[in-house]
Design a protein around this ligand. Structure first.
Ligand SMILES: [Cu+2]
Length: 356
C-alpha cells in the first residue's frame, strides 16, 4: 500500500510539472513556439507523432484494463479456460496492419518534409544579370565561435547572424576543426557542421526581432554537438530584420571596406589592438575568414564571446585572460597586453558599430 502511494505521488508530481513546465518555453529559444515556417512545419510533425503515440497508449491501456478487470480469476472462476486464439489469422492481420497504417501516416509527412527542407536548388538561381537571387550565408563553426559570411554581398560577421524576415535564407554549413551543429531552436534545424563536406539547408525567419538588444526578440542559436569543454558556451544570436532594414545593414557593412586599426593612433586602445590583435580580428566586414571573430560590429553585439553580458568591463576582463571564461578557447596565450591596455582596447572595441 505504502509503495503504491509513493508511486502515486511521483506520478502526480510529474503531471504537475508537465502542466507548469509546458509554459516555460521562451519565444526566443523555444522549439514549441516557432518563429518561422520551417520550425512550424517541424512542430507539426512532432505534434502528429505525439497524437499517434497518444492514440496507441490510450488504446493499449484500455484493452489492458478491460482484460484486467473483466477476466480476473475471482470473477471467471478457478477452472475457467479462456478461448484459445493462438494462430488466429484475423487477429494477426489486425495487429500487423494497424501499426503499418500508423507508420505510413507518420512516414509520409516526415519524408515529404525532409526532402522539402533539403531542397536548396534555389541557391543556384540567378537573375538576368547573373546575380544570385537567394540569400546565402556560409556558416563556419569553430571552437567555440561562429562565423557568418554572405558570399553574394561580400561581407562577413561573427557571433551574431543578421537575416531578413519573410524569405528563405539558405545556409552552407561547415566546421573548421571538429564537428559542431548549427541550431536556432525557435526557427528550425538543427544540422551538423562537418569538417569535410558542406551541409546545406534553409530556414525562414517570420518574426522580426522587435529590437536588436537581448530581450527584444533576438533569437538564440546554439551549438548542438558536444565539441569540447566550452561547448555549452558556444552560443550565437540571431537578429531578424525586415528586408529594408536588412538591406541597410548590408550597405553599412559593405561601407566598412578598407577599415582598419591604426598602429600610430593616439588612442592607446586602437594602437595596441592594431599591434596585438588585428592579425586574428578584422575590423572591416569586407574581409576574408579570420582566425578570430570579425569585430567590425563589436559595439552592436548583445554578448561578449557569445555569452557574457555586453559591457566594456566584461570585454576588458576577457582580453586580460579569456581562459577562465571559455576553457580551451583558441585565443588564450596568443598575445601579451597589460591590464590598462586591455581596458583601453575594450573601450575602443565598443565604438565599432554599423547599426547607428
Ligand atoms: Cu559544440
Amino acid at each position: 500500500m505504502m509503495k503504491g502511494l509513493k508511486k502515486w505521488r511521483l506520478f502526480s508530481l510529474l503531471t504537475v510539472m508537465t502542466v507548469f513546465l509546458s509554459a516555460c518555453g521562451e519565444e526566443y529559444i523555444s522549439t514549441l513556439r516557432p518563429a518561422g515556417a520551417v520550425g512550424k512545419e517541424q512542430l507539426d510533425i512532432l505534434i502528429l507523432a505525439i497524437w499517434i503515440m497518444t492514440l496507441v497508449v490510450v488504446v493499449v491501456s484500455a484493452i489492458y484494463l478491460v482484460a484486467f478487470f473483466k477476466f480476473r480469476r475471482t470473477k471467471v472462476g478457478e477452472n475457467h479456460m479462456p478461448k484459445q486464439v493462438e494462430g488466429s489469422h484475423t487477429l494477426e492481420v489486425i495487429w500487423t496492419v494497424i501499426p503499418i497504417i500508423l507508420l505510413i501516416i507518420l512516414a509520409v509527412p516526415t519524408l515529404t518534409y525532409t526532402y522539402k527542407f533539403a531542397d536548396v536548388a534555389a541557391m543556384d538561381e540567378v537573375d538576368e544579370e547573373g546575380n544570385k537571387t537567394a540569400l546565402t550565408v556560409n556558416v563556419t563553426a569553430k571552437l567555440y565561435w561562429w562565423e557568418f559570411e554572405y558570399p553574394n554581398q561580400g561581407i562577413i560577421t561573427a557571433q551574431e547572424l543578421v537575416v531578413p524576415t519573410g524569405e528563405k535564407v539558405y545556409f552552407n554549413l561547415i566546421a573548421s576543426d571538429v564537428k559542431h551543429s548549427f541550431w536556432i531552436p525557435a526557427v528550425g534545424g538543427k544540422m551538423d557542421t562537418n569538417v569535410d563536406g558542406i551541409n546545406k539547408f534553409y530556414l525562414q525567419f517570420d518574426k522580426e526581432s522587435a529590437g536588436l538588444n537581448d530581450g527584444e526578440g533576438v533569437f538564440y542559436g546554439k551549438c548542438a554537438e558536444l565539441c569540447g569543454p566550452s561547448h555549452a558556451l558556444m552560443d550565437f544570436k540571431v537578429k531578424a530584420l525586415e528586408p529594408e532594414a536588412f538591406n541597410a545593414w548590408v550597405t553599412a557593412m559593405q561601407a566598412t571596406e578598407g577599415q582598419t586599426a591604426d598602429r600610430e593612433s593616439s588612442d592607446i586602445g586602437e594602437a595596441t589592438f592594431a599591434n596585438s590583435c588585428l592579425g586574428c580580428h578584422a575590423v572591416s566586414a569586407v574581409a576574408g575568414n579570420g582566425l578570430g571573430p570579425n569585430l567590425t560590429t563589436f559595439g552592436d553585439r548583445n554578448r561578449v564571446a557569445g555569452f557574457l553580458e555586453h559591457t566594456a568591463e566584461n570585454t576588458a576582463n576577457w582580453i586580460k585572460d579569456p581562459e577562465p571564461y571559455k576553457p580551451g578557447n583558441t585565443m588564450t596565450g596568443t598575445y601579451n597586453v597589460s591590464p590598462e591596455e586591455a581596458e583601453a582596447i575594450a573601450d575602443y572595441l565598443m565604438t565599432l558599430s554599423v547599426e547607428k
